[in-house]
Write a protein that binds this ligand. Structure first.
Ligand code: NAD
Length: 252
């Protein structure tokens, strides 16, 4: 049987975060689903989660999200840092504003959320921090400097949290997916098709799956399964690690 926990999940209005919220609710966990997009309210309601609207590029909003979880549920046991965006431009043309937005959302917010949930996890002697990084936390591709820097940084945050949490019953792990079928990737497929004058299917096969041994996109539910494992009691010995779910991309 699965012990019911309290989870705070970010970036839940679509994609991987939505799949994680559904999976956690189905397992009987209480979930605060945090997103700046009001569409997240409907996703949360359908799944049986509570929605909290917050723009996580704002540090005060990060703290308010954790405060809301504790006010509603009395604790936070599981934190899933998932909210993310992409912006593609060569370094020479990359706007400082986009750089700062991506670092704020994808590196500073996970740090502030980890900091804010820590006292609750420490007091309970049990905690799980699960960071949705990317294959781009392990390798780079041109045009994605801010995203790749934030994701590589997230691995450093994960390892540090693992070392600090070990004696307190808190584990921290990262998940590194290759391309997952989500709106974030749909937008990239459309952009690349326009850019290269290709069919969308060609973009998937020739660009997105170029480095993949398994030639298909990943389903959000497949990532949610791995999140659920890392959040479980069974994964208590797993910490400071990065789990690739990347179709074999980084095997070469
Ligand atoms: P998605 O666009 O479906 O979901 C991202 C979510 O983050 C959305 O709900 C969006 O509203 C939310 N968000 C964006 N900006 C926010 C802000 N300022 N404050 C609060 N919420 C905000 O994308 P996804 O593909 O499900 O991505 C989820 C995570 O997985 C991201 O961190 C992404 O980098 C990572 N990831 C995705 C893929 C992929 O191929 N889709 C691969 C590897 C890693």
């Amino acid at each position: 049987p699965i012990t019911p926990r309290v989870a705070l999940v970010t970036g839940t209005s679509s994609g991987i975060g939505e799949a994680v919220v559904r999976h956690f609710c189905a397992q009987g966990h209480q979930v605060l689903a945090v997103d700046f997009n009001p569409a997240g309210a409907e996703v949360a309601e359908q799944a049986g989660a509570v929605f909290f609207q917050a723009d996580l590029t704002d540090g005060e909003a990060c703290k308010a999200a954790v405060a809301e979880a504790i006010r509603r549920f009395g604790r936070v046991d599981i934190l899933v840092n998932n909210a993310g965006i992409q912006h593609v431009a060569p370094i020479e043309a990359f706007s400082e504003e986009k750089w700062r937005q991506i670092i704020d959302l994808m590196l500073t917010a996970p740090f502030l959320l980890t900091q804010a949930v820590w006292p609750s996890m420490r007091e309970n002697g049990w905690g799980r921090v699960i960071n949705i990084a990317s294959v781009h936390a392990q390798v780079a591709s041109p045009g994605k400097s801010a995203y790749i820097s934030a994701k590589h940084g997230m691995i450093g945050l994960t390892k540090t949290a693992a070392l600090e949490g070990g004696a307190q019953g808190i584990t921290a792990n990262a998940i590194c997916p290759a391309y997952v079928k989500t709106p974030l990737v749909d937008n990239q497929i459309a952009d690349q098709a326009k850019l290269h004058g290709m069919e969308e299917q060609q973009v998937i096969e020739q660009i997105m799956l170029k480095n993949a041994a398994v030639k298909r996109l990943i389903e959000p539910a497949e990532v949610a399964e791995l999140v659920a494992y890392l959040a479980s009691d069974a994964a208590g010995a797993v910490t400071g690690s990065s789990w690739n779910i990347d179709l074999g991309w980084t095997a070469q």
